[in-house]
Design a protein around this ligand. Structure first.
Ligand code: GAR
Length: 206
């Protein structure tokens, strides 16, 4: 059974999809902890499912790296084997990435390498693209640059507002993320082993 720590910033519909999938005893992963960087509405999904959840705010730390170190410590304490960034709207510091790579994945609302960053849906519309989509990828030290695990396409309806397109993307994204996690957990999908790989081990002080 794979243990997941899920990182969010917003509504948490991808988190909810993972929680719903994990309610099936045959699903090979469980959410063991949820962390947000802000007062994310999605924390309510964790509370409703009786999963430990906490806010770890960057502004409470002297630097981004210090925030990342604190978050990493909390994740190790949770016993998670895989970190899932599901709508975390913040770049994870390099030390954090090195601590968990490659067991650290992100879902992004575009067909990477197209439209990386915080405004992927808006950027696809602004470019006049005919299609966009979703990418689930391993996080590396760049911004949305890590190895792609799974992608799915979504056609753009001309004149469609950003929020409506994003909602249609999320309808594809949620099952894609769940399927990707299931395949990692079952061994059907192997994470690329990089030089910086570290197994996630329980924190020595727990
Ligand atoms: C998702 O579409 C996710 O791909 C995106 O935020 C949304 C979160 O939705 N993430 C990014 O744009 C990261 N660059 P949710 O809170 O309903 O799961």
């Amino acid at each position: 059974m794979l243990s997941l720590a899920v990182l969010i910033s917003g509504g948490g519909s991808n988190l909810k999809a993972l929680l719903d999938a994990a309610a099936d005893p045959d699903f090979p992963a469980r959410v063991v902890a949820v962390f947000a960087d802000t007062d994310a509405e999605g924390l309510a999904h964790a509370t409703a499912a009786d999963i430990p959840a906490a806010i770890v705010r960057p502004r409470d730390f002297a630097s981004r790296e210090a925030w990342g170190d604190a978050l990493a410590r909390r994740i190790r304490e949770s016993g998670a084997d895989l970190v899932v960034s599901a709508g975390l709207m913040r770049i994870l510091p390099a030390g954090f990435v090195r601590a968990f790579a490659p067991r650290l994945i992100n879902t992004h609302p575009a067909l990477l390498p197209l439209y990386p960053g915080a405004h992927a849906v808006r950027d696809a519309l602004a470019a006049g693209a005919a299609e966009t989509g979703v990418t689930v990828h391993v996080i590396d030290e760049g911004v949305d640059t890590g190895p792609v695990l799974r992608q799915a396409r979504v056609a753009i309806v001309p004149g469609e507002p950003e929020n409506e397109l994003h909602e249609r993307i999320k309808q594809i994204e949620r099952p894609l993320l769940v399927a990707t996690v299931r395949d990692i957990a079952s061994g059907a999908l192997e994470l690329p082993v990089g030089a910086s790989e570290h197994p996630i081990t329980p924190h020595p002080h727990t």
